[in-house]
Design a protein around this ligand. Structure first.
Ligand code: 2AM
Length: 208
């Protein structure tokens, strides 16, 4: 039993292939520049957003955080279909970009085929931090962290996304070249991409 636990990764997820990483980083950076141009201090900070958010990690969309087996349901998750699809490449659809005073991320819209790899309790697990999250559709939390403010852990990005999604829909405040921009109060912004970005990503896992 102990060996099983040691073998489980820190997390499973889709890891963007290099061209997709480059494209998303570049679109993300265009968005931050456009948001800085549209509204000064968009998240309540003087410095340019590009400097405010730190993130040098390889871009990925976490499916299950396993914490080397310590997380609830980690062992069950690692069974089928996860083991069978391990190593396969998928086309992820990046549908929106968002920033909050804590995080900068990209929303991923999963297909039914991709949802089989999504943990059934990912949204419910967030209910205590984000009331109402448990009632959102499966896959609502799917995202790619692009950057975090100083001292903020990346797990916050998915919670920030859910926090926006539980709010009532608002009208766009402007149309940027990349798509329509919405403001949700408290420094929370979301840009719905005019054309969703297709990001090729390998389903795999990460061990530190
Ligand atoms: P992320 O998915 O927003 O990037 C290692 O810490 C990875 O697992 C990060 O990618 C991180 O956030 C994600 N992560 C960390 N703790 C988590 C948790 N409790 N639930 C879900 N994902 C988590």
């Amino acid at each position: 039993r102990q060996l099983d636990e040691v073998c489980l990764p820190l997390f499973f997820g889709w890891f963007l292939l290099t061209p997709a990483q480059d494209q998303l980083r570049s679109t993300g950076s265009d968005f931050l520049t456009a948001l800085d141009g549209f509204k000064k201090n968009a998240v309540g900070q003087e410095i340019p957003l590009e400097q405010y958010f730190k993130g040098k990690r390889s871009l990925h969309c976490t499916t299950k955080f396993c914490d080397y087996g310590k997380a609830e349901g980690a062992k069950e998750y690692a069974e089928k279909p996860v083991s069978e699809l391990y190593g396969s490449v998928f086309d992820l659809a990046v549908s929106a970009l968002f920033v909050t005073p804590r995080t900068f991320g990209a929303r991923v819209s999963l297909t039914d085929e991709q949802l089989v790899l999504w943990p059934a309790d990912a949204e419910k697990e967030a209910e205590s931090s984000v009331p109402g999250a448990g009632s959102l559709p499966l896959g609502s939390r799917a995202h790619i962290t692009l950057g975090c403010a100083d001292g903020v852990e990346p797990v916050q990005t998915g919670l920030d996304l859910l926090e926006i999604l539980v709010l009532p829909e608002v009208e766009p405040v402007t149309d940027l070249e990349l798509g329509s921009l919405r403001f949700y109060g408290e420094g929370r912004w979301m840009l719905e991409l005019k054309e969703p970005m297709c990001a090729a990503a390998c389903f795999s896992s990460f061990y530190k």
